[in-house]
Each structure stands twice: as C-alpha cells, then as structure tokens.
Design a protein around this ligand. Structure first.
Ligand code: 5GP
Length: 213
C-alpha cells in the first residue's frame, strides 16, 4: 500500500484565542498526528518543559541554527525569535505522518512558500470578541501586565492576516471549534492527491470489470 501524503496543518490565531486547547484536543483525538516543537529564545513559562512545548535556546544558538539552514521557517514574534526545526518535519513527512504547527502568520507564509507548500493546510482561529480574547489572556495568569498589553497590540496584527488561511474557525464554543477542526483534517485526508494508493485500487476495479466481460 502506498503511504498517504502527510498534511502540514498550520493553526494560526492571536494569543488567547484557544489555540493551545484546540491543539491538545486534536492530538488526543488522533495521537498519530505529531506536534512540531518549535525553537524559541523566549524564557519557559511555568509548566513548560524543554522539548515538549518548545526547545529553549539563546539568541546566539538560534541564529547559528538559522545560518546552518536548520530552520524550515523562522520569525520574530513579541521581540523573541521562534522557528521550526527542519529535520523533524522532513522525517515525519517522509513517514507519511501528519504534523500540527502552532506558528504565527509570518511562519505560515514561509511554510506555504517552501518546498513543502503543497502539503500545507492552514486554519485561522478567531476569538468570538476582543473582550473575550483579553479575558482569556488574563485568566491564563502566566503573563505580566506588560506582556498582555503587547499581546493585545499584536492580536490586531495577527487577526489582520486571517485571509492568508484557507479555513477559518470562530471559537464561540470550544467543543464546536474542536469538532470543526477534526472535520477539516478528515476532509483534507480524503483529497485524491493525498491518497496515492487509489491509483492501484481503481486499476484493480477496472481489471475486475474486464474479467466480468
Ligand atoms: P507563545 O510565546 O505564546 O508560545 O507564542 C507566541 C507566538 O509565536 C504564537 O503566535 C505562536 O504561534 C508563534 N510561534 C510559536 N512557534 C513558532 C515558530 O516556530 N515559528 C513562528 N513563525 N511562530 C511561532
């Protein structure tokens, strides 16, 4: 059986729109989907572990990785550097596995323009309101007031790029948004180009016609 082509699922949204929760939900629903762990220069938040949410590196280490061509994409977000290491993505894709990316619009754009662009499926998650977004950032309780102010400013910028994505979800209800995200994955997996095994299968169907004649 020819393996199915993997999907590079890019979920974009401003901070606080529920992206982390949706990401967790999708990975629980289908544990075969791999999460692309990014490299960042920002400090770890409480509860974050090296190699789970991020690989935490110094600016110098990050820039060295970029110079060596080890980043598939990279961008500066909120004054820190973020990037996707190339090797794990290429490894997972070659195994026909789907990958989930939590990256900003700049990274999503670079990924779409990369040699893996045709495998990208992009989804934008919008908050139901800006008040809701701010509320979620506050109740998360992980960021200082200054950071929240910066993130609210950046939210407007991120939302400005919603038309870059093929799919758009409004997170009015987390359960609904999670179900819609699963539907997107299911439909994308069924695209003809992602099912190379169909060529042989349909050939077998044709052969069966002929043997009946
Ligand atoms: P946070 O610091 O809240 O985890 O992430 C801040 C922003 O950086 C989010 O919008 C997130 O999607 C984005 N981000 C995380 N990892 C990457 C990455 O590897 N590349 C890019 N371009 N953005 C990233």
């Amino acid at each position: 059986m020819v393996p199915r082509r993997g999907i590079l699922l890019v979920l974009s949204s401003p901070s606080g729109a529920g992206k982390t929760t949706l990401t967790g939900d999708l990975l629980t629903w289908d544990p075969s989907i791999a999460f692309s762990v990014s490299v960042t220069t920002r400090p770890a938040r409480p509860g974050e572990r090296e190699g789970q949410q991020y690989y935490f590196r110094t600016r110098q280490e990050f820039q060295r990785m970029v110079a060596k061509g080890e980043m598939l994409e990279h961008a500066e977000v909120f004054g820190d550097l973020y990037g996707t290491p190339r090797a794990p993505v290429e490894e997972e894709i070659s195994k026909g596995r789907d990958l989930l990316f939590d990256i900003d619009w700049q990274g999503a754009r670079q990924l779409r323009q990369s040699e893996l662009g045709r495998d990208v499926v992009s989804v934008f998650l919008l908050p139901p309101s800006i008040a809701d977004l701010e509320n979620r950032l506050r109740t998360r309780g992980q960021d200082s007031e200054d950071v929240i102010t910066v993130r609210m400013e950046r939210a407007e910028d991120e939302i400005g790029h919603w038309t870059d994505s093929e799919y758009v979800l409004v997170n009015r209800d987390l359960g609904d948004a999670a179900a819609q995200l699963r539907q997107i994955v299911m439909a994308e997996r069924l695209k003809r180009v992602r099912q190379p095994g169909l060529v042989d299968f349909v050939q077998e169907l044709s052969d069966e016609f002929r043997t009946k004649q």
